[in-house]
Structure formats: C-alpha cells, structure tokens
Write a protein that binds this ligand. Structure first.
Ligand code: GLN
Length: 312
C-alpha cells in the first residue's frame, strides 16, 4: 500500500509555517523555567527506521523533557526489574489529569505509568541504590534511546523538586500504601531530574523511533530494550499517553504518543516512524496546541493512523 505522502520527502517546514498561525493555548507556569518558555517556539522532527532524521526549523532548540520522559522511564523500569514493574503498576487509562492524587482502588498501585504517580514509581524502580545512582542510570538509558549524551538542567530539577507539591503528596501516598519502597523525597528527587533532562525535537523523534522500531535505535543500531518491552510501552502510550484526552487523541491522530507540559509530544508509529513536536502553548489537558494540530496533519498526510485502513 502506498502512503499518501512520503515521510522521506515530507516538508516539515511547510507544516511548521501552517501551524505557526495558531496562537491559542498558554505556557505551563508550575515552575518559573516553564513560565518563561518561548510561546513562539515550534520544532518538528521525524525519525525513520533506516536512521534518517528529518527536521524543521527550531528542531534543535532544547526544552526540559517533562512528561515525555514517562514512556522511557517505564521502559527502563521494565528492563531493570525483568518485567516485575508490570505487577507493581496498573495499565488502565484514568480519565483524569496527569497529577491527580489518586491510586488504583484495592491495590494502591499507580493507575498507569503515564501519569505522575506511575512515573514517580517507575523512576524509583530503575537500578541504583540512591538518588544519584538512579539518576545516572536514567540518564544513560535515555541517552541510549536518543543516540546522544543527554544532560539534566539542574535549575529545572531544583524547581520541580521544590515546587512539586502534588508529586510529594503522591509519593507519600504510595509510601503509605506500601507501593513505593524508596523514600518519598528521594523518589521525587529522581523523578524531578528525569523531567529536567534537556531534549529537542530531533532527539525526541529518535527516542520515539527507537520504541517504534522494536527497541532498536535506528540511528545507533543499539538494541536499547527488548522488543517485548518496546511493545508494552507503546501499547500503554496508545491508551494513556495523552491523559484524559487519550480517547480523543486516538480517534483524531491515531498514533501512540506522549505529551508533556514543556510542549513536547513524542510519537511512535510501530514499524513506521518516530516523531516529535515541541511547542510550549498548551490546551486544558496539558497538550501542545500546535503539537496536536501538527500531529493530526502528519497522521492524515502520511496516512499513519494505526486504525485508518483504507477501504478495499
Ligand atoms: N514535571 C511535571 C510534573 O511532574 C510533568 C508533568 C507533565 O509534563 N505533564 O507535574
């Protein structure tokens, strides 16, 4: 079956020009560094299974990864626990905001790894005896997904740690339920640093492509996580990646994705491509406004809606 437009020759700058006319949404203001984000930033990238990476203007402008790190934390937790993370955390969509103070009824587990409760736990499940060792493990793992050395913006990490009251609350609640086995403050510290890792659209697209390519990074050739881990992660991105907007996202865009409050969206179309948009103004659910429009256009024009079979 031929696709409507070829990702190899798709004009990302023309798409960028189209979405730049959109002025809606507002930047997240939970920490000063996010409140200071440039609302005019918009970078797009696509990464293909043969290692080709295509980019628009501003695809090299870095922001903190924020919640777009969650699929990769889940992957690393699955890898480091030999799959045990799947028993420690739910995989059902919540229909609630990303920072809802709520655990699974009956089990006290986080509802899924794409909301804050879940990511606080996955960040605590990676190998390492203390905050520094776990942060280092996460940085190495994320760098393998990215095919380049990533770093933490320590100012962002400090703000996240200091001002993340809901994350502290969630960590304490999980301690009380017995589901979090490291110290609550340590769990928030590691998660805050994971959210503060700097990425640009090019990097996020390669990370998404690694999940889309069965865990093998198409740029470096490294098998970063086993194929089954990549499949599990992309499945949960599909059902939970856009929080309480996941159902609408799946109908309209039809591509497993993870949104973040820095305006990033990472896409994984299994076997086909990874993609990313970074543009800070957000809608009510915390999804980039231009990112959503760009992803809808990409899905339609590249014909990659995973449920969008043509009539035959
Ligand atoms: N660091 C943010 C938080 O913990 C990430 C949230 C997000 O990107 N949706 O609230």
């Amino acid at each position: 079956m031929t696709r409507r437009a070829d990702a190899r020759s798709y004009d990302l700058d023309a798409l960028r020009d189209r979405v730049m006319t959109e002025r809606g949404g507002s930047v997240h203001d939970s920490i000063p560094q996010l409140a200071d984000a440039d609302p005019g930033l918009c970078g797009l990238a696509l990464a293909l299974p043969d290692g080709t990476v295509r980019t628009s203007a501003q695809a090299d402008v870095a922001v903190s990864v924020q919640s777009a790190v969650k699929p990769f934390l889940f992957a690393l937790a699955l890898l480091d626990t030999g799959g045990d993370a799947l028993h420690r955390i739910g995989i059902e969509p919540t229909g609630e905001a990303f920072d809802a103070i709520k655990l699974e009824t009956g089990t006290g587990r986080p509802p899924n790894p794409m909301v804050n409760a879940g990511a606080l736990l996955t960040a605590a499940l990676v190998d390492g005896d203390d905050v520094d060792a776990r942060t280092e493990r996460i940085l190495r793992g994320l760098s393998a997904f990215a095919a380049r050395d990533l770093e933490v913006d320590e100012d962002v990490a400090r703000s996240e740690h200091l001002l993340g009251d809901r994350n502290h609350a969630l960590a304490h609640l999980m301690r009380a339920e017995g589901t979090l086995r490291v110290g609550a403050d340590d769990a928030v510290a590691v998660y805050a640093r994971a959210c503060a890792v700097l990425v640009d659209a090019r990097t996020l697209a390669v990370m998404g492509a690694t999940l889309a390519c069965g865990g093998r990074n198409p740029v470096s050739g490294e098998q970063v996580v086993p194929t089954e881990v990549a499949r599990d992660v992309v499945s949960v991105m599909a059902t939970c990646g856009v929080y309480d907007g996941s159902g609408r996202w799946m109908r309209a865009v039809g591509v497993p994705a993870k949104s973040s409050v820095s305006g990033g969206i990472v896409l994984s179309v299994p076997g086909v491509l990874g993609g990313a948009v970074i543009s800070p103004p957000l809608d009510e659910q915390g999804t980039s406004v231009r990112g959503r429009i760009a992803c809808e256009a990409l899905s339609a024009e590249l014909d990659v809606h995973v449920f969008g079979a043509r009539a035959r």
